[in-house]
Design a protein around this ligand. Structure first.
Ligand code: COI
Length: 352
């Protein structure tokens, strides 16, 4: 049963100070946030409160052991001002899978959906209409108990914060294929949206930036011979007209956009192979001209073409195509998200 959510509204909105035409991803947050604490073995009274700083013990385990998981979702507004989410059940299931792996208690489904809905309705003016505009939704859970024994906390905070968004990558994206560092390993937490998975990428990615690459495509930790994912996105390769992507396993995030692209490709009778992707095969295909495209797929990034890559000193540029799969899937996906097309798989979830 949903407990009634307590709402503590702000007095004056800051929305008038926001330039919605020049948003940098994840810099501006709406007026309110949702929070719910886990204390004495249960999730307590959920609240919507003004967005602002938290007071947390410096000894909270989130700071010492990284016991934290999160999700990424978006709300879209159509021309009639109706608000939609995209496959939110997938995010709910995934945050609880991530939580279970980090010994965090699962969050109840009715709190998740009711909290998100009420928060979105309160903040509906922050969801701008128009192609590419959305309100990015960041649910997360952190271990708040003040105690530094290296064991799971007994107290947690589940929160949802909202940030108006446009494109995630504002520049062209070229990538380095990982040769030395790894994002995740067998039996690890790579499949989870664990905060630490992202922190672990920052240093190698900063080295890639210095070489002029925006992202790394991670390879398997044991051999570095197979391409896996890009950390902010799952990755697809197009060889001739075939689409190839790595299979889900315990090292790769089970992306909602990824599985939607696979379904859209199947719907369009495009040949899709979900299998290991050897670095050597992609380099050979780039050399012989059969590699037509690489693109990333993720909630924040949507579908992002990758224009070139480097591996072991070999640099490749990809051709410019008029009929790119990246554009086709982006259009198909966004048409469903913005309620501009049929939704044959019932992916849209109406909030209002
Ligand atoms: C998302 O796509 O929602 C993510 O969580 C990726 C994040 C690094 C922005």
């Amino acid at each position: 049963m949903v407990k009634d959510i307590e709402i503590h509204p702000i007095k004056t909105s800051k929305i008038k100070d926001v330039d919605f035409n020049n948003l940098q991803f994840g810099r501006v947050f709406t007026d309110h946030m949702f929070e719910c604490d886990f204390i004495d073995g249960q999730w307590t009274q959920p609240r919507i409160v003004p967005y602002g700083p938290l007071t947390i013990e410096p000894s909270a385990r989130v700071f010492h052991y990284g016991q934290a998981v999160f999700e990424g979702m978006k709300a879209y507004k159509d021309d009639n001002d109706d608000i939609f989410l995209f496959r939110p059940d997938e995010n709910f299931d995934r945050i609880n899978k991530s939580a279970a792996r980090l010994a965090i208690p699962e969050f109840p489904k009715d709190f998740f959906f009711e909290g998100m809905k009420q928060l979105l309705l309160l903040e509906k003016d922050w969801i701008k209409k128009g192609w590419g505009n959305s309100l990015y939704i960041r649910p997360f859970v952190i271990a708040t108990e003040g105690a530094i024994a290296a064991s799971p906390a007994e107290e947690y905070k589940f929160m949802i914060i909202l940030s108006p968004a446009q494109a995630y990558y504002s520049q062209e994206v070229r990538v380095l294929f990982a040769e030395k560092y790894s994002r995740s390993a067998d039996g690890g937490v790579g499949f989870a949206k664990a905060a630490g998975n992202y922190a672990a990428q920052f240093y190698p990615t900063s080295l890639a930036h210095k070489k002029g690459y925006q992202q790394i495509i991670w390879t398997d930790a044991s051999t570095h011979e197979y391409l896996e994912e890009a950390g902010t996105m799952n990755i697809f390769f197009r060889i001739n007209d075939k689409l190839i992507t790595a299979p889900n396993n315990d090292r790769i995030l089970d992306g909602v956009t990824r599985k939607s692209v696979i379904q859209l490709a199947e719907d369009a009778n495009i040949d899709v192979e979900v299998r290991r992707v050897p670095v050597a095969e992609i380099k050979e295909a780039a050399r012989n001209g059969s590699l037509k495209e690489i693109f990333g797929a993720g909630t924040a990034a949507v579908i992002n073409p990758i224009l070139g890559f480097e591996h072991a000193g070999d640099v490749f540029e990809l051709p410019e195509l008029d009929d790119a799969y990246a554009s086709l899937f982006k259009e198909k996906l966004m048409n469903i998200q913005y309620n501009k097309a049929e939704d044959p798989h019932q992916w849209r979830y109406k909030v209002s």
